[in-house]
Design a protein around this ligand. Structure first.
Ligand SMILES: [Zn+2]
Length: 426
């Protein structure tokens, strides 16, 4: 057992609207077997466990491990493309790079970079689009298993509308997906996600094969994109003859409590109702939305409707792996919307970057906060190399103010240590 002594901040509550900051200025967290056995004021905990080793983390702030619910493994090197909307950006920046992952040795390099940058940013759990090539997906599962990361990913499938090298058939998509899931789903800290790229590049038959695969793999997730860009939405509606984008997925037998759909910037009210009914979540990716000019996110609309909203960095359309930065973009986006926006508190930003993601993935009984019984997934923010953050923390007069400074000023350089399931991974 180890007793960690630190300032610990996490959130309690089950929605963005009702979450609250839980503050332990001088906490003792007793960790055994990777799980938080007990938590309380350090004086109490050291009296309760007098013979256990103590690890003192004096200068930092401990937060739960961050949970990223939307990003793309093969786009690690596709970040930085500016000046284009979604479909132009895919053609110019993302898809040429994604084709390079047909080469397994290149895919292994990308997988290593992906896992390394994920951990450097303090992300301990991620739902990520894998690659269009099964050996590349196998490579990222292997890299995640070795690093101890909680990674949910899968083969990205498409059978139209993309460069030929990225296409497959519904039969091959099913067979290759099943093989990957049988090898990795439920092993180490890994899970399989059925992942059609988006309806625009998947026929009805392909989406039906995705639904069949999900039925064949108990506990598998389903993830894709939705309502990101006006041109994309119009084309999807025309291709499928559906009244709204979501129907292209629901008609195929997809969308349930395991579902995380990225973006949803231009939803119909009826779509929000269906998402709530089925318990599906939306991954909000504010920096990507801004970079591609896709439009602002209706957070208030989603919260009022009762849709679970989590955060995604959307690497490589987004600006990096940091969910601290991504939460900052979420905050700024909502502020710029004025009265239509949803003003986010520091506690709500932390909730979005941690528990909201855990809830979106159905993992909230295991991760998302540092309460008793939870996995010890944690990060230590240390301001040593960030004078602006150091200064703000010194003058902040409350834990809420300190947390606001962290979200305003931090990035990967300030994540000093990372634990997953009690194991220090960085
Ligand atoms: Zn995406």
């Amino acid at each position: 057992m180890t007793l960690y002594r630190a300032m610990v901040l996490d959130t309690i509550g089950t929605t963005i609207a009702d979450c609250e900051l839980r503050v332990d200025a001088d906490a003792g967290i007793a960790v055994r077997g990777g799980v938080v056995l007990a938590r309380g004021p350090f004086a109490e905990m050291s009296a309760r466990f007098p013979d256990e080793p103590v690890e003192t983390l004096a200068d930092g702030i401990m937060l739960p491990g961050l949970v990223d619910t939307h990003l793309h493994v093969p786009q690690v090197r596709a970040m930085g493309g500016i000046g284009l909307p979604l479909l132009g950006w895919l053609e110019r920046y993302a898809l040429p790079e994604e084709q390079r992952l047909a080469d397994r040795s290149y895919a292994e390099i990308i997988a290593a970079e992906f896992i390394d940058q994920l951990l450097a940013a303090g992300t301990t759990t991620a739902l990520a689009f894998g690659a269009h090539f099964a050996p590349a997906v196998d490579a990222v599962f292997a890299a995640a298993a070795q690093a101890g990361v909680r990674l949910i990913t899968g083969l990205v499938v498409s059978d139209r509308g993309l460069p030929e090298a990225l296409l497959t058939t519904p039969e091959d998509a099913y067979a290759q997906g099943l093989e990957l899931a049988q090898k990795w789903h439920g092993t180490a800290r890994l899970g399989y996600a059925v992942t059609p790229r988006f309806s625009l590049s998947a026929s009805e038959a392909m989406l039906e094969s995705c639904a069949a695969l999900q039925r064949a793999v108990p506990g598998a997730w389903f993830t894709s994109h939705i309502n990101e860009n006006d041109q994309e939405i119009a084309e999807v509606k025309a291709l499928f003859g559906v009244p709204d984008y979501l129907a292209s997925y629901t008609d195929a037998g997809l969308v349930d409590g395991s579902t995380v759909l990225a973006h949803n910037l231009h939803p119909q009210p009826s779509e929000l109702g269906v998402l709530v009914e089925r318990g599906a979540a939306v991954a909000h990716c504010p920096s990507s939305n801004a970079m591609l000019g896709s439009g602002p996110f209706g957070l208030r609309q989603h919260v009022d409707a009762g849709v679970t909203v989590s955060l995604g960095t959307d690497v490589g359309a987004g600006v990096g792996f940091s969910l601290l930065s991504e939460a900052r973009h979420a905050y700024m986006t909502q502020r710029q919307l004025g009265e239509r926006g949803y003003d986010l508190s520091a506690a709500q930003l932390l909730y979005l970057a941690t528990t909201a993601g855990a809830r979106a993935l159905g993992l909230h009984n295991r991760i998302g906060d540092l309460g008793e019984g939870k996995q010890f997934d944690a990060i230590l923010i240390n301001p040593w190399n960030n004078p602006a953050l150091m200064g703000s923390l010194r003058t902040s007069d409350s834990a809420e103010a300190a947390l606001a400074a962290v979200f305003t000023l931090s990035g990967p350089g300030d994540v000093q240590r990372v634990w997953i399931g009690g194991q220090q991974v960085r």
